[in-house]
Write a protein that binds this ligand. Sequence first.
Ligand code: NAG
Ligand code: NAG
Ligand code: NAG
Length: 377
Amino acid sequence: MISQPFIHLATLLFLLSSSFAFPNYADVLKRQEVEDANSPFPPVNPPLPPGPPEFTGAKLVNDPAHPWEPLRDGDVRGPCPGMNTLASHGYMSRDGVASPSEMVTAVQEGLNMENKFAIFVTYLNHLMNGNLVTDLLSIGGKTSKTGPDPPAPAHAGGLSVHGTFEGDAGMTRGDAFFGDNHSFNQTLFDKFIDFSNRFGGGFYNLTVAGELRFQRLQDSIATNPQFSFKNVRFITSYGESVFPVNFFVDGRQTEKKLDMESARLFFSDMKFPADFFRAPMPMSNEGLSEIFQMHPFLPGGNVDGKVDNFVVDPASATFDTPSCVLYEDILNTVKGLYPNPTGVLKRNLIKNLRFFYDGFSAVFSDGCAEQFPYGQQ
Ligand SMILES: *[C@@H]1O[C@H](CO)[C@@H](O)[C@H](O)[C@H]1NC(C)=O
Ligand SMILES: *[C@@H]1O[C@H](CO)[C@@H](O)[C@H](O)[C@H]1NC(C)=O
Ligand SMILES: *[C@@H]1O[C@H](CO)[C@@H](O)[C@H](O)[C@H]1NC(C)=O
């Protein structure tokens, strides 16, 4: 079962509207208060997350202003085909390092991601894997381009860090246990195609998403002695499964099914199909409850370092628990990364937690109260 608040998420999101115009990247930069102009990595006072864009319909996004370009030395890419594609088309910095506000603008503009949902996922990633002092996050692995390291155990490791966005049982990326947790994996993509042929008539649709999600969980249980699937990763993995249907299908198409040619372009080449139109309305995780209900699954992991030894974790958040269970888990992770912040770091932590809660409480609308582990401003 999935809690009612979550099921109604999609409907609620469509009702959200706003008169904000989305700022472009230059405006965002201008608004950032640069605090030490002489440092190559000045501490940044993070701006408010962007509001929704004025126009939220379908439009050509593979346009002359956003040409695909091949990777240059030093450009980083990671586990998320959507972010990779946006960077390769210049919707965000092509080097794969940007501020969370720039990333929210990019996913809204290039993929029509719903504003509060975009804020929720982006600031979650930033709190876990970003550099909170320089306000920079890598869409791939760790890079010096996000600035000097924060005090350990924080790591500013980027989206490739295992267990938050990136995680086990991914669709086209291997489990971290097997070494490479972020590169496109042809064997796994062949499985994606095979399932699309078997359950979707050659296309990836929600039926395929539900079957492949379940199969990937069985694969990991059977082969990965360190398989872990709980809390944030449990929730985001189902999002990952519906994203291709919601974001990679041309916005002029009425049937929500992704052809294999387009899938390969996004997953492997980080490229929009020629003449690609983004979704016709702001999207988030529509279809999630349908695919979950095809094969309901409880969070947990393989224990004692053994395969085929899956044990349910009753403490983990599920779609059925109050959203506060997930919120507590996220706050505990943040507090573990930042036990004793001071100065700019502390101020930026407080701000980023505030921005994150703004998205979280809109996405999970069952009324979990905001907490202030580092105080309020
Ligand atoms: C995931 O991949 C990145 C980049 O290769 C690597 O730095 C990181 O250690 C990996 N994470 C795990 C848990 O293996
Ligand atoms: C791709 O994934 C398969 C299945 O998990 C794995 O056996 C293989 O080693 C991976 N290939 C690479 C190049 O990582
Ligand atoms: C996916 O495609 C298959 C094959 O055409 C079809 O039977 C199934 O109903 C589709 N699923 C959805 C959710 O549209």
